[in-house]
Design a protein around this ligand. Structure first.
Ligand code: ADP
Ligand code: MG
Length: 698
């Protein structure tokens, strides 16, 4: 089995190897140029690629092709066309033209556009992205594409990511040239996204309307055993889960996804998969494939994969650690502390670009991970707070402090550190412990952004990170290119940047109350909810940033903000309706039944005569009191839901969702959960947390 993995890996992908083998040399070279240098592919070569791609796909069992894209809905979209074309009298041939490869027309009217596309201009189009690979899945050839309106505005998550990678490359190359590197032709931001998820049994899932409609439980009392014993993290993997993971790995490998690490996570029923990193674009496509396969393969095993950020209160939610770094086409990692003086100063400059970017665009980073689901996770004692800060580690902290104060820095081997290209000693790799509570932590040669939610499309956080760091590199390059004394200017720039942005550095416990106070003193932003964060998308400085680097126009930003706000409202409104349905149709009858049962028992005992009834009486009182509070809060939710008007602006709807509907739901849940802890097992309205979290037994 093992011996054949290299053969299996990527066998369903139209990758570089296949193209090299099958395409005429000139066509192959043209595709490489399109991929590596963004040069457009001529008709002639595109024709050649289409024909070879079709032959290959048919060999792999494909009968259809689809332009695979990532609209703003948060999931991927696909529409399948078969290769058949009528030929002669009642016969068909298999056809796939250059046009079908390169561009697809699509009715965009049912995808969110946030007001970008007037309804009379319903057409959108999908454009082939040659920097990601086509693949065959379920009998279809999947062609990764960007999705735009007819006038060219981005309607998807991939387009800004591709634009940001270009902007990043341009600015990073300017810096490299300043350090005398004229060999690197391309600089690419890379990412490896660790995906957390829950796996539960399908039978219990089907009895939970909240999980079905909302992906999270709206009710559910704490289980008597949660994650306190820390016995799930890295624990032995159960055989059903293991069978699922094996099949998942195999299918991912066939599709060229670098699935690498798998293990149990902290909460019961929670697991993680980490891939080997790749360019932000490829990794982002691969993460979408991973999430889709997790769901479909779980289903084959009688399981359900939950990707929601907080499916269960009282145990950890799921995130997606976004490990971000910078690679050159020569295989160098620019965030690797170097071991020669030149690389060392260069490393510090890239590091400071990230620090400055994170400080100046805290709001955008928060927005990049904002969703109704992730709001339940951020700020709980398991995930970073909504306040952004950077953890560098002791060694780098000390180095930056020394530079700032103009003092000498003595590394462990007592070498003096001066910033100046000629005299820098190597920066030692940090040996200190990692800080698990930091939202943005430097981990040796990459930054780990830990606020990303498990269901987030990582294209969003990454296009933001790429853009904000590109902007800082631009300001650095502008200044250094003009300098008459490069070393002196570099020294000054490094020192000034540290002084101006050190407020974003924090190495303590991000979960503590003191940090919240301290962060406020430092003037760091703290947008607790999606509703608080989103309006800042269109702040002047952000509009200018995206325009300068040609990532998003002001109109595109507004459209995105509207879509995200609307999505937030829709999710919470659906949750409110679902909570009402469950409360009325499932919890209420169970409550009435149980009270009836207690009353019957009491009556029997009283009829019988002189026996103690304390148990039934007390229970009934306690239960009836809660039932009454439950009724009152249900009535309030019902009334408040009726006041919600879909005709309001997204902003007003979102405000109402946050301030009223979410609060009502919380209150209702509180009473329902207290009753759940008292009610007899046979009277329970639906599977409890215990039943769900331990539903996969072996
Ligand atoms: P952890 O201790 O957080 O689990 P790992 O070393 O296992 O860290 O790496 C986690 C993720 O970081 C993996 O997905 C890995 O591919 C990714 N990663 C490692 N190096 C880089 C890099 N240079 N750029 C982007 N991601 C990287
Ligand atoms: Mg990690």
């Amino acid at each position: 089995m093992n011996a054949s993995i290299p053969e299996i890996f990527g066998c369903m992908v139209f990758n570089d190897k296949v193209m090299k083998e099958r395409l005429p040399k000139e066509a192959y070279d043209a595709v490489r140029r399109a991929k590596d240098e963004g040069k457009p592919l001529s008709h002639e070569y595109a024709k050649s690629v289409a024909s070879v791609m079709k032959e290959w796909a048919i060999e792999k069992g494909a009968t259809h092709f689809t332009h695979w894209f990532q609209p703003m809905t948060g999931i991927t979209a696909e529409k399948h066309d078969s290769f058949i074309e009528p030929f002669g009298d009642g016969e068909v041939i298999m056809k796939f033209s250059e046009k079908s490869l390169v561009k697809g027309e699509s009715d965009a009217s049912s995808f969110p556009s946030g007001g970008l596309r007037a309804t009379f201009e319903a057409r959108g189009y999908t454009a082939w992205d040659p920097t990601s690979y086509a693949f065959v899945k379920d009998g279809s050839l999947y062609i990764p594409t960007a999705f735009c309106s007819y006038s060219g505005e981005a309607l998807d998550k991939k387009t800004p990511l591709l634009r940001s990678m270009e902007a990043f490359n341009k600015q990073a190359l300017r810096i490299l040239r300043l350090f005398g590197n004229d060999k690197a032709k391309k600089v690419t931001p890379t990412v490896g996204a660790e995906q957390e998820y829950f796996l539960i049994d399908k039978e219990v899932y089907e009895k939970r309307l909240d999980l079905i409609h909302c992906g999270r439980t709206l009710f559910g009392a704490r289980p008597s055993k949660g994650q306190e014993l820390e016995d799930h993290y890295y624990g032995a993997i159960k055989s059903r889960v293991s069978a699922f993971m094996k099949e998942l790995d195999l299918e991912l490998w066939k599709l060229g996804v670098y699935a690498k690490t798998k293990h149990n996570e902290v909460a019961p029923a929670q697991h993680e998969l980490a891939p080997v990193f790749a360019s932000t674009n490829l990794s982002s496509d691969q993460n979408q494939i991973t999430m889709e396969l997790m769901k479909s393969i779980a289903n084959k095993h009688g399981l359900v994969c939950l990707l929601h950020e907080k499916p269960f209160a009282s145990v950890n939610g799921s995130g997606k650690h976004n490990n971000w770094s910078i690679a050159t086409d020569l295989g160098e990692n620019l965030l690797e502390p170097g071991d020669t003086p030149e690389k060392n100063a260069q490393f510090l400059l890239f590091l400071l670009a990230v620090i400055k970017a994170v400080d100046e665009y805290q709001d955008l980073l928060r927005i990049s991970v904002a969703s109704a689901g992730n709001d339940h996770r951020l700020g709980a004692d398991e995930a970073p707070p909504a306040i952004i800060s950077i953890y560098l580690g002791e060694e780098l902290d000390a180095i930056l402090n020394a530079i700032e104060s103009g003092k000498e820095y003595f590394a462990k081997e007592k070498t003096e550190l001066k910033i100046g290209v000629s005299v820098l000693p190597p920066i030692p790799k940090d040996s200190t412990d990692r800080n698990r509570t930091s939202p943005f932590a430097f981990t040796g040669n990459k930054f780990e952004f830990r606020m990303v939610g498990s269901s987030t499309n990582i294209a969003c956080p990454n296009f933001i990170i790429n853009t904000i760091v590109a902007e800082e590199l631009r300001t650095f390059a502008d200044r250094l290119e003009k300098a008459s004394d490069f070393n002196a200017e570099l020294n000054a720039l490094i020192k000034e940047t540290i002084i101006a942005h050190k407020r974003i550095l924090f190495s303590g416990n991000n979960y503590s109350a003191e940090w919240h106070k301290e962060a406020k003193k430092r003037g760091l932003s703290n947008y607790k909810t999606t509703f608080d964060a989103l309006p800042h998308y269109a702040d002047k400085k952000n509009v200018e940033l995206f325009a300068k680097h040609k990532i998003l126009s002001e109109q595109e930003i507004h459209s995105r903000m509207e879509i995200l706000l609307e999505n937030y409202c829709n999710i919470i409104h659906i949750e409110a309706l679902t909570a009402i349905d469950i409360a009325r149709k499932e919890i209420t009858p169970a409550v009435i039944d149980y009270q009836g049962f207690l009353l019957d028992e009491l009556k029997l005992k009283k009829d019988y005569g002189n026996i103690p009834c304390g148990l039934e009486e007390n229970l009934l009182k306690e239960f009836a009191n809660l039932a009454e509070k439950f009724r009152v809060s249900l009535d309030k939710l019902v009334v408040d839901e009726k006041k919600y008007k879909t005709s309001w602006s997204n902003f007003n709807k979102a405000k109402y969702c946050k301030n009223t509907l979410l609060k009502d739901m919380e209150e209702l849940r509180n009473y329902a959960d207290q009753m759940e802890l008292l009610i007899g097992k046979d009277f329970s309205a639906f599977p409890t947390y215990e039943d769900i979290l331990y539903s996969v037994k072996y």
